[in-house]
Design a protein around this ligand. Sequence first.
Ligand code: GDP
Ligand code: MG
Length: 179
Amino acid sequence: MGDDDYDHFYKVVLVGDATVGKTHLLSRYVKSKLPKAPTATVGVEFATRIVKLSNGSKVKAQIWDTAGQERYRAITSTHYRRAVGALLCYDVTKETTFKNCAKWMEELRQSAEPDIVIMLVGNKVDLADKDPSSRQVYYDAAQEFATQNGLLFFETSAVTDINVKEGFETLLQEIYDQG
Ligand code: GDP
Ligand code: MG
């Protein structure tokens, strides 16, 4: 598929606390590999991928990463402007990152498109699979939060490649279905 051969253009933003794995998820999805360390200050604004939905429709997804600004609660309005989808990410082994999802959701609701489709993403599930005692956020608790707030929900691992493609593409399909 050529880079300008698509039917729909969707801007999607990654949000969530620092170190939950946003940059790794994006790299895994768009480049099929992990970013070279260190990632905290690497300022790639966005990456794109053209995806064919199940009905054959071609979507160009422009996925915006944060460049470490999440540490200072200083994400600019440019990040959110005209975003129709968001991956709201936390780390299943770090409870605080899940608690902060409520704040990130508020920010999305205020600054992005009003009907933005949001997917809650519990990343680093590989760690919880390997050592169940490391898990701080239970699947059912996150699912309940997602249901209450009308969010899609997936648990993922950027490192062992669990549900990354499925997560991004379920979000894109939902944006298409609601559009
Ligand atoms: P960001 O600040 O949200 O962009 O997070 P990064 O993508 O920079 O990842 C922060 C750290 O978490 C890095 O050391 C990654 O190697 C690690 N990491 C990211 N995703 C995963 C994952 O799915 N599993 C594990 N075990 N580590 C991860
Ligand atoms: Mg990052």
